[in-house]
Design a protein around this ligand. Structure first.
Ligand SMILES: NC(=O)c1ccc[n+]([C@@H]2O[C@H](COP(=O)([O-])OP(=O)(O)OC[C@H]3O[C@@H](n4cnc5c(N)ncnc54)[C@H](OP(=O)(O)O)[C@@H]3O)[C@@H](O)[C@H]2O)c1
Length: 277
């Protein structure tokens, strides 16, 4: 069972993600501001002391109140520097993300299109997105995926705080509606969920082989991008690495082993090898 920590998981986008992860049997710790206030660095450190590792970490927190540049105080900058930037950096330094894990960041569309009323958010979310992008390359070596979700307007308490007439605002949007928190929850779930497919297998030289005439199918493309796969065969489960077979003779051999019918055995196929040794 995968473990997940979802910050800001008591309401809105965070809660939808926490619920989605629970629905695929993840063991979820969903925090509210009372459990972990990301602007309070002592609180952040003591949280990381108690939760030393996880498979999935969702970096999410409350958003700053809207303010134009000349009304932002020094205290505002410091508080949100901690809340939106330093708190997350500290958590990533102190909480171990297990191999093959995920870190999701809930940032904001303002990282691409800064908003003058959300100048604090625009500044610190862009800054943290840079840190996150750099770290993603380090984490990739352990097959840990870092995914920055930068939402547009989503129907939560936050939007009610920011927008006077949500209904009228919705009509100005391309879809004529705001996004739903559940849509982000579903997106996260679809990434974390194990993708299963039933296939005809060929066992040859202690390796598993799968083939397909049309290379443009999801399971094949998925296995090429995410080569760490699990094969369930004869009530046993094996973990292995998938790769395309480039040796023409081996490719032909697998097709012949797979099909008795001569015509099918001689058809051109893409063959995937899974080595579980
Ligand atoms: N909704 C949007 O349209 C939208 C668009 C782009 C980006 N975002 C950003 O996405 C994030 C989540 O948005 P949302 O709409 O889901 O917000 P929300 O409905 O207001 O929920 C905020 C969540 O964060 C928690 N929280 C608040 N202050 C915190 C703090 N200082 N430290 C840790 N947790 C804190 C809240 O806990 P409590 O329940 O204890 O208050 C709650 O669980 C925010 O950063 C927001 O700015 C939202």
């Amino acid at each position: 069972m995968k473990t997940a920590i979802v910050l800001g998981g008591s309401r809105g986008i965070g809660k939808a993600i926490a619920d989605s992860l629970k629905s695929i049997n993840c063991n979820v710790i969903a925090t509210s501001k009372n459990d972990l206030d990301t602007s309070n660095l002592e609180n952040v450190s003591s949280f990381a002391e108690k939760h030393k590792e996880t498979d999935i970490l969702v970096l999410n927190t409350g958003g700053p109140e809207p303010k134009e540049f000349f009304s932002v105080t020094e205290d505002d900058w410091k508080r949100y520097h901690n809340q939106l930037f330093l708190g997350f950096c500290t958590l990533l330094q102190k909480i171990k993300i297990n191999d093959n894990g995920y870190v999701f960041l809930i940032s904001s569309g303002v990282i691409k299109e800064p908003d003058s009323k959300l100048i604090i958010s625009s500044a610190y979310r862009s800054a943290f997105s840079s840190v996150f992008k750099i770290l993603s390359k380090q984490f990739a070596g352990k097959q840990i995926s870092c995914i920055n979700i930068a939402p547009g307007p989503i129907q939560t308490d936050r939007t009610k705080e920011l927008i006077d007439d949500v209904e009228a605002f919705a009509k100005t949007l391309p879809m004529k509606r705001l996004g739903k928190p559940q849509e982000i929850g579903d997106f996260v779930k679809s990434i974390v969920k194990i993708h299963k497919v039933e296939l005809l297998v060929v066992q040859y030289n202690n390796r598993f082989y799968f083939s397909r005439r049309n290379p443009n199918c999801d399971w094949l493309k998925n296995a090429i991008v995410n080569p760490n796969v699990t094969v369930s065969f004869n009530r046993q489960t094996f973990s292995g690495k998938a790769k395309l077979v480039t040796n023409i003779l081996l490719n032909k051999k697998i097709c012949q082993l797979k099909y008795e019918d001569e015509k099918r055995a001689n058809e051109e196929r893409v063959v995937l090898e899974v080595d579980c040794n």
